[in-house]
Write a protein that binds this ligand. Structure first.
Ligand code: ZN
Length: 160
């Protein structure tokens, strides 16, 4: 499987949530602009392409997408095409809120071998999200285990 890098450098590996709704492909489809995902970031936060050696070109201002970058590369599963929307300004890989964005974030649309796909359903993308979630989970498990051991010791002491 190809190794990807998270679009928002040092960003939280999660999808944006606005008004309680996760900004996933379903949410985008419901408002006629999907499938795509929105990823949280702050104004001016550095962006990186999903793969470092992709060929890319910056787009002129688009009323919906704002400033954008299109990029393409060949992976194990074929040809990928991707687009980031709402960049801060022209030809700069930074999070912004240009176009129809109502707050700073990056909008990611993805094509595999010419077909539009759901980014969050791709193994390469899921691996990124899970690689961040795992350490948090194991940390929580350790804490829970320690609390459990503490309770057992406490009960044993009380019975004396
Ligand atoms: Zn979006």
């Amino acid at each position: 499987m190809d190794q990807w890098q998270w679009p928002v450098a040092d960003g939280t590996r999660s999808l944006s949530v606005v008004g309680g709704q996760t900004q996933d492909s379903l949410a985008h489809l419901q408002r006629g602009s999907g499938p795509a995902v929105d990823l949280p970031g702050y104004d001016g936060q550095r962006l990186q392409l999903l793969v470092p050696d992709a060929a890319f070109s910056f787009g002129l201002y688009d009323p919906e997408c704002g400033y954008k970058v299109d990029f393409t590369w060949l992976g194990e599963r074929g040809r990928w095409d991707a687009r980031y929307c709402h960049l801060s300004t022209y030809a700069t890989l930074m999070v912004g809120q240009t176009g129809t964005a109502q707050g700073p974030h990056v909008h990611l649309a993805l094509w595999l071998n010419g077909e539009r796909v759901w980014p969050e359903e791709q193994l390469e993308f899921r691996a990124l999200m899970e690689s961040q979630l795992k350490p948090v989970f194991s940390q929580q498990s350790t804490q829970l285990a320690l609390i459990g051991v503490g309770i057992i010791f406490g009960l044993l002491l009380l019975r004396r």
